[in-house]
Design a protein around this ligand. Structure first.
Ligand code: TRP
Ligand code: SF4
Length: 349
């Protein structure tokens, strides 16, 4: 098991909401980066499933939350997150997050939350759910607690989360101002840095950004025939109508897939073949499918052992959550002391 008490290496922390099975866009945009950070051996990595955050939008029907958490976990393990190297846990099993959330709620000005761009955008765009709740407004306060409770140095996230990490830094600063350590030795919270995931544009089968809500995804669990079928229906360079028309891989979503997943050799063949009409789109797409399957197959292989024995995966989450409770309680002891609210009896007056 990874040892969370070792803070000689910098801590990395990130999370994903329990949204269910992941697609290639989730892999390229986040998960692959997490696996690389883990394997670099330079950090103490904490990765967690934000099931409370899932409730901010799905509170009215909680029937899928737990299964969604398990599906996310299986994809993490499939992609190569390794419980020997990273602490994987589930937010709702670490009540310390909620305690710190309450304390942060006391010091976070409402204006900071109302001005948050994600909040404004979602309130304007999501109409099939009532987002007029206290929990939804407080989403970034909970996220700040998730991050700061591990005194994390780095938070690997996509650009869409950068504003939340910035708010986390502001909350850390405000806490540190009000409650410096009582022994004069500085502050409880470091200001975490965003580790922006270098995310190449990954198109879905319709050419738009791959996204669950567009229904254009390739799932990490899609079997080979499904992957091949999805690629067959994928849109291509619209200028290439007939087999004899030359095309341009730089304006073709299939060309984008090659750039991310194919070998330099294949990319050269695509470039030459497409521009000279030497290859057809059907052949080109089958090469792209091959490249995707080379990434997906080892994942699906690794996933199998956990699908056959889901208990194994749950045990990993339980053990990780115990480690997370230990690490987060260590921070809470410092938080309570700085706020003069420690649990020890300190005498009268
Ligand atoms: N808000 C993040 C997302 O939607 C999930 C998340 C919750 C998170 N808490 C976090 C990410 C803490 C990084 C750190 O993707
Ligand atoms: Fe796109 Fe490949 Fe067809 Fe060129 S040959 S248009 S890159 S699918």
């Amino acid at each position: 098991m990874a040892d969370p008490s070792k803070i000689t290496r910098l801590r990395v922390l990130s999370g994903m909401r329990s949204t269910g099975k992941l697609h290639l866009g989730n892999y390229v945009g986040a998960l692959k980066n997490w696996v690389d950070l883990q394997n670099s051996g330079r950090y103490n990595c904490f990765f967690f499933i934000a099931d409370w955050h899932a409730l901010t939008t799905d509170y009215a029907d909680t029937s899928l939350v737990k299964q969604n958490s398990i599906d996310v976990l299986l994809d993490w393990l499939a992609a190569g997150l390794d419980p020997k190297l990273s602490v994987m846990f589930i937010q709702s099993h670490v009540p310390q997050h909620a305690e710190l959330f309450v304390l942060f709620s006391m010091i976070t000005p409402l204006g900071w939350l109302e001005r948050n761009p994600t909040y404004k955008e979602q309130r304007e765009n999501i109409h099939d759910k009532d987002l007029g709740t206290y929990g939804f407004l407080g989403y970034p306060v909970l996220q700040a607690a998730d991050i700061l409770i591990y005194q994390a140095g780095y938070v690997p996230v996509g650009q869409d989360q950068a504003a939340h990490v910035e708010l986390t830094r502001e909350i850390a600063r405000r806490f540190n101002q009000f409650y410096p350590r009582r022994d004069g030795s500085g502050f409880v919270f470091p200001e975490p840095q965003t580790l922006l995931t270098p995310s190449p544009k990954l198109p879905g089968t319709d050419g738009r950004k791959m996204s669950k809500s567009y229904g254009n995804t390739v799932m990490l669990t899609d079997p080979e025939p499904v992957v091949r079928q999805k690629l067959k229906t994928m849109v291509t360079d619209p200028a290439r109508v007939r087999r004899t028309d030359p095309g341009n891989p730089d304006v073709c979503p299939v060309g984008d897939l090659h750039k991310i997943f194919s070998s330099a050799e294949t990319i050269n063949s695509v470039n030459a073949g497409c521009r000279s009409a030497g290859i057809g789109c059907i052949e080109c797409k089958s090469w792209a499918a091959n490249a995707l399957l080379e990434v997906l197959k080892p994942m699906q292989e690794r996933r199998r052992q956990y699908e056959e024995n889901p208990r194994l995966a749950w045990d990993i989450l339980e053990a990780g959550s115990a480690q997370a409770r230990e690490a987060s309680e260590a921070t809470m002891v410092q938080v309570r002391a700085a706020m003069q609210m420690s649990k020890e009896y300190e005498g009268a007056g």
